[in-house]
Structure formats: structure tokens, C-alpha cells
Design a binder for this molecule. Structure first.
Ligand SMILES: C[S@@+](CC[C@H](N)C(=O)[O-])C[C@H]1O[C@@H](n2cnc3c(N)ncnc32)[C@H](O)[C@@H]1O
Length: 301
């Protein structure tokens, strides 16, 4: 018989949600739950999250990118929204002949970039793409763009996509890696997963990030002028990912807690952490739980 356990009661009514998006001046500039983050604890948790996402998800993503021509015969790739450069450095190691230019709006994340151990074909400039001019060193040229986990945090992704469209030459390619929170399970409710995904939805909704961006990508890219060439939905899941899956959802919960402790309180976080740890041995034979990833390639006509 399956065990059950108690998580602290969660208010699912939504009545307590406050929309904290400040969109008075320039609506598309709000970066959802990543807007202007500067709290050291939150930056540390994001650092762990970005590292985990690279380690756990990066190898499959780069295999997909390679199969779709990423880096092939390319003079250079821009990477708007590079964060602390963890993924960009990994990507650049996987494509050592391709210069990759990270461009990041948040200087606190750029300050965490480990330039000394980054590969020689990678660097980051502080730049809010679509607002700031592109750094001069990009005058050497680029014909591809990668956007990974960026569009979900923009209150309006279209201006960024239009800026990328304008910057690319005809025939240029954009590769987008996103997630979509169409989470589902088999084997009945798995309480720590249910609590983590519920908190994920509520914190995103309150903070102005979009957990449904993955399914919107074809329309968003088309509206910006691109022609969509490839669109894949990859259902990562706990059975094939094993402990990595538990780590991913545990770390996401820590980020969500540090972002909005009112929406994911410490006692709920501790329950999630504890139950994922307790379920480490048996979860893949008791439940199927999903993490949907979306991968898209589009070209500028
Ligand atoms: C979740 S992080 C993703 C980091 C990295 N791409 C990765 O996959 O690990 C999203 C980043 O996009 C940045 N960002 C959002 N809009 C941007 C823009 N217009 N120009 C530059 N950076 C932007 C945010 O500041 C944030 O650091």
C-alpha cells in the first residue's frame, strides 16, 4: 500500500496572490521572478539551480542542438539572458569552434560568472538586449542565437525576439529551449511533487513569469518574423532521470521559497525536501512524474 504523508495546508484559492509586476514604465522589461534579483541568498540558490539545470538537462539539449545544426558553419552565436554563464560555458565547451557571446541584463548574475575557468570561446557582457546597443565586440559578426529559459521570465517576450530578429542576418537561426508546466503524473498523486509543482505555478503567477511559455513559442517566434523549422516537446521524467529529477524539483522549490516565502513557506519546503529524500529509492517504481521541455529552431527568412 502506498504511504501518504501530510504537507502543511496550502491555500489554493489564489485570493492571496498579489501581482508584484511593476509594468508602469516599460512593460516588457519586467523579468518575472528574476526581475532585478540582488538578495545574496536568492542569488546563491539561483546559482545552484542554474548549475543543476546545466548538469542534468544540458547533455540532452546539446545533443538536440547539434542534430539541428547549432554552431555548424557559424561565425558566432549570441546568448541573450546568459545568467551567470554556467550554461553558456558548458555550451561553448561542447562547441569549441564556435564563439558564443553571452549577454545578460542583471549585473549581479554577471558578477558570479567564473571568467577564469570559462572556455576561450565564451564571455559575457552586461547588456539588456532590445534596450541597450549590442557590445562593440559583436561587430565581428554572429548568425545564430540561443535563448534558454529566458522568455519564460519576460512579461512580454516579443520585443526581445524582434530585437534578435533585427540583429540576425537573413538566414540566421534562433534556437529556443524552454519548459512548460503541463506537469502530470501516473500512479496517483505524489505529494512532494504535487506540492513543488503547485508552488511553482503560484509563485510564477504572482511574480509575472510564464510557466506556459513553451506551448506559446511557435506563435511568439512567428509573430516576431521568424519561420519555425523544428519544434519538439521532450517529456523528461522521474523514471529516466532518477535522482536528478528529485534534485531538480527540490532545488526549484528552494528558489521558489527564497523568491516568495509567503507562497512557499519554510515548513512546506522542509516537507518537500524530506519526502523527496525519503522517496529516493522507490519513486521510479511507484510514480511517473513529468518535466516537459520544449525545443524550437526558427530561421530569419
Ligand atoms: C533563468 S535565467 C537563464 C540563464 C541561462 N540562459 C541558463 O539557461 O542557465 C534567465 C536570464 O535572462 C535574463 N534576461 C531576461 N531578459 C533579458 C534581456 N532582454 N537581455 C539580457 N538578459 C535578459 C535574466 O536577467 C536572467 O538572468
Amino acid at each position: 500500500m502506498r504511504e501518504t504523508f501530510d504537507l502543511p495546508e496550502l491555500d489554493l484559492s489564489g485570493s492571496h496572490l498579489q501581482n508584484i509586476v511593476d509594468d508602469d514604465d516599460n512593460p516588457w522589461l519586467t523579468l518575472g521572478i528574476m526581475d532585478n534579483i540582488e538578495d545574496p541568498d536568492l542569488l546563491r540558490e539561483w546559482g545552484r539551480m542554474l548549475d543543476l539545470q546545466t548538469r542534468v538537462l544540458g547533455p540532452r539539449e546539446t545533443a538536440w542542438l547539434r542534430s539541428k545544426g547549432f554552431g555548424r558553419d557559424s561565425v558566432g552565436v549570441i546568448e541573450p539572458g546568459s545568467g551567470d554563464g554556467n550554461f553558456g560555458a558548458f555550451l561553448s565547451r561542447s562547441f569549441p569552434d564556435t564563439p558564443v557571446y553571452g549577454l545578460e541584463a542583471n549585473e549581479n548574475l554577471v558578477a558570479r560568472f567564473d571568467a577564469a575557468s570559462a572556455p576561450r570561446n565564451y564571455g559575457i557582457d552586461i547588456c539588456t538586449v532590445g534596450v541597450d546597443p549590442l557590445p562593440e565586440r559583436l561587430g565581428v559578426g554572429f548568425d545564430q542565437c540561443i535563448l534558454r529559459f529566458v522568455l519564460q521570465h519576460m512579461s512580454d517576450p516579443t520585443p526581445l525576439l524582434k530585437a534578435v530578429y533585427e540583429a540576425l542576418p537573413p538566414g540566421g537561426q534562433v534556437f529556443v529551449i524552454e519548459e512548460d508546466h503541463s506537469f502530470f503524473t501516473g500512479g496517483g498523486a505524489w505529494p512532494p511533487y504535487a506540492a513543488a509543482t503547485d508552488a511553482w505555478s503560484r509563485v510564477y503567477e504572482a511574480g509575472g513569469s510564464d510557466g506556459a511559455v513553451g506551448r506559446k513559442l511557435p506563435a511568439l517566434l512567428t509573430d516576431a518574423g521568424f519561420t519555425v523549422r523544428d519544434f519538439d516537446i521532450v517529456l523528461r521524467n522521474n523514471v529516466e532521470m532518477g535522482e536528478d529529477f528529485l534534485e531538480l524539483f527540490t532545488q526549484a522549490s528552494r528558489v521558489l521559497h527564497h523568491t516568495r516565502p509567503d507562497l512557499l513557506p519554510g515548513d512546506v519546503l522542509r516537507s518537500i525536501e524530506m519526502r523527496f529524500a525519503e522517496d529516493a529509492e522507490r519513486h521510479s517504481s511507484a510514480f511517473v512524474a513529468t518535466y516537459p521541455q520544449i525545443l524550437l529552431r526558427a530561421t530569419k527568412p
